[in-house]
Design a protein around this ligand. Sequence first.
Ligand SMILES: Cc1cc2nc3c(=O)[nH]c(=O)nc-3n(C[C@H](O)[C@H](O)[C@H](O)COP(=O)(O)O)c2cc1C
Length: 332
Amino acid sequence: MSPQQESFSSDDRVASGLSTEWSRAMDLRVPVVNAPMGGVAGGRLAAAVTSAGGLGMIGMGSAGSAAALREELRHTAALDGRFGIGLVEWVVAADPELLDVAIAAAPALVSVSFGTDPSWIARVRESGIRTATQVYNATEARMAEDAGIDVLVARGSEGGGHGAVEMATLPLLDAVLDAVSTPVLAAGGIGSPASFAAVLAAGAGGVWLGTRLAACAESSLSEAGRRAMIGADGTDTVVTTAFDVAMRLPWPTRFPARVLRNEFATKWAGREDTLRTDERARAELAAAVAADDPRTAPIDAGQGVGAITAVVPAAQVIDELCSGAAELLARP
Ligand SMILES: Cc1cc2nc3c(=O)[nH]c(=O)nc-3n(C[C@H](O)[C@H](O)[C@H](O)COP(=O)(O)O)c2cc1C
């Protein structure tokens, strides 16, 4: 057997040890989805994750638009629909064409998160596209199931970016798995083979990885953002609405963001009422965002950020996670 054949067959053994009912139904080699991360998970990252055997997702966050989505879709054109698109409900409400463009792209999965109106689910499903949404407790999971959702994402408070701070990933996963019969992906703080293995052992249909893939070579994160992530560990994040208030983004207050702690967050977290009208602080933040200065500008990251030690291709991260998790799960 040539070395190439040998590594291929060992890859296959890893993949079959991790596959779940959901990953088989989605025809994925490994049960890994990259979280749709606005400004970070573009078409290049989605294509890399799909090529590595998972499901790549294009993320359209608070700055998302139909035009920006069309641009990112150029990178996934050759994937024959083997990718997903993730949208934010209030952004779609402001630019309804976003959902039209997403449906027209005929991806394998569309997610819409951070909302209360499930009417998009029926519309997307009627187009033959599977649907996903992030939930934070069992009641919400049941509501999304009743609305016809195809897969739920149980997103724990360890996670990076915006999300409700209600339950940690493992207790949330337990509660959601108990409450519904729909497949459930686990999200929030998953960045190591051990945490990946733990959620699969608990019954997750797969993982929805954000932070761990955010600094990959194919992501759209800035150089300074990558360096900040590499330099951070799990104690270096904070949950705050300060950046959204300063940037006047209409995020529902239920969804603050977990970001790397920096000078701006340290100064303003908890003082949003003062910040709201502090034009100087708002201008400083805008300048730092334009200059890509992570001492002031926000960098979304979850508590698994310590697992990021270098900028490497997404395929390498996925291979390391999968082979490590398969080894842990195969232990006698
Ligand atoms: C940089 C970054 C940007 C994000 N942007 C979005 C987004 O645009 N839409 C979305 O649904 N979730 C977004 N999220 C949240 C993810 O969907 C997911 O809940 C989270 O990344 C999971 O936790 P983890 O980061 O610890 O893996 C973002 C997360 C990060 C880290």
